[in-house]
Design a protein around this ligand. Structure first.
Ligand code: ATP
Ligand code: MG
Length: 307
């Protein structure tokens, strides 16, 4: 791994900025199209690190584009926000911007984003395991059998929607009824159906490549003209999902995840958890990078080559 991390973008006078997430910067190309740029920023425990992981944005964009293809093949009627990996003309005219943004950006349909996170869990871990330890329920539901940490859910994957909280606030779990109240019964039912179908197909695909997708978060938007529900955002990346190595997987304990575990462990050990402006040392960057790249190579079947 080499090169400088891209932690901020500036397209002043070229395209208007419409939003800045923890990782992505979104610019408007025209009223219907956005430029969706994955920077190299990385967050852990809800705080963005001062420096980034060089090329992480390339991996996230390529993994997402790969999944759009895999999922569109599996579900021919699936609509996604993806338009192209090509850069728009105002950028193409600027060679240094092209170099900075190529392969980490995609043009996407600008849509009304449904304000819920469509979380699907195949395995009990994270906040679901914390809830289960306390109340023997997950998302308020109980089970006929006793569950062990990291075990697959006995009746298949479960859908556990949450709110999409504004920056700085915490997402809250919501019931199906609350999801329906937020986005309407029809859209809520479609989101649930799609999220479960997409997770199930993706989990089977990843499993053949040695990866367990323990859980993931999808986002959906609505096409204002047709009212169709469209898959948006990043899809099934190490940032939006928990990936586990199939070979190392064992029930009854916490699993090491592919992506941020190394960074989280380092932050905890150094008592830097939740602190703003933390600078990651080279070995933390290197180790984190290796895990992202491993996920990229296994899922796409490609060997990483520097852009
Ligand atoms: P948050 O989701 O809280 O804004 P984040 O850190 O997850 O934060 P990023 O991944 O950095 O966000 O940025 C992506 C943002 O772009 C998300 O807010 C997502 O809802 C939004 N988004 C994704 N696809 C589209 C789209 N097609 N049109 C408009 N907004 C989109
Ligand atoms: Mg996001």
């Amino acid at each position: 791994m080499s090169g400088k991390a891209l932690t901020a973008t500036s397209l002043d006078g070229i395209l208007p900025l419409v939003a800045k997430g923890k990782v992505r910067d979104l610019y408007e190309i025209n009223t219907n199209v956005l430029l969706f740029i994955a920077t190299d920023r990385i967050s852990a425990y809800d705080v963005i690190m001062a420096n980034g992981i060089p090329h992480k944005g390339h991996l996230l964009t390529t993994i997402t584009a790969h999944w759009f293809q895999v999922l569109s093949n599996a579900f021919p009627s699936l609509q996604t926000h993806f338009l192209t990996l090509d850069l728009p003309s105002p950028i193409v005219q600027d060679p240094s911007l092209c170099q900075q943004l190529q392969d980490r950006s995609m043009q996407v349909r600008k849509l009304r984003i449904l304000p819920i996170e469509a979380i699907v869990r195949g395995y009990i871990t994270g906040s679901a395991w914390s809830e289960y330890k306390e109340t023997k329920t997950v998302h308020g539901e109980s089970f006929d059998v006793e569950l062990q940490e990291s075990a697959p859910f006995p009746n298949g994957p479960i859908y556990t929607p949450s709110t999409k909280a504004p920056a700085g606030e915490k997402d809250e779990n919501i019931t199906r009824a609350q999801a329906a109240a937020l986005i309407g019964t029809k859209h809520a039912a479609r989101v649930e159906e799609l999220a479960l179908q997409l997770y199930t197909a993706a989990a089977a695909y990843a499993s053949e490549r040695g990866i367990i997708i323990a859980d993931t978060k999808f986002e959906f938007g609505v096409d204002e003209k047709t009212e169709d529900v469209v898959l948006v955002d990043e899809v099934l990346t190490p940032d939006s999902s928990r990936f586990w190595d199939k070979v190392r997987y064992a029930v009854g304990k916490a699993q090491e995840s592919f992506d941020k575990q190394f960074l989280r462990d380092w932050l905890s050990e150094k008592k830097l958890r939740g602190k703003e402006g933390v600078e990651m040392p080279p070995d933390v960057i290197e180790n984190t990078w290796r895990r992202y790249m491993d996920a990229y190579e296994r899922l796409t079947g490609k060997v990483w080559t520097k852009p």
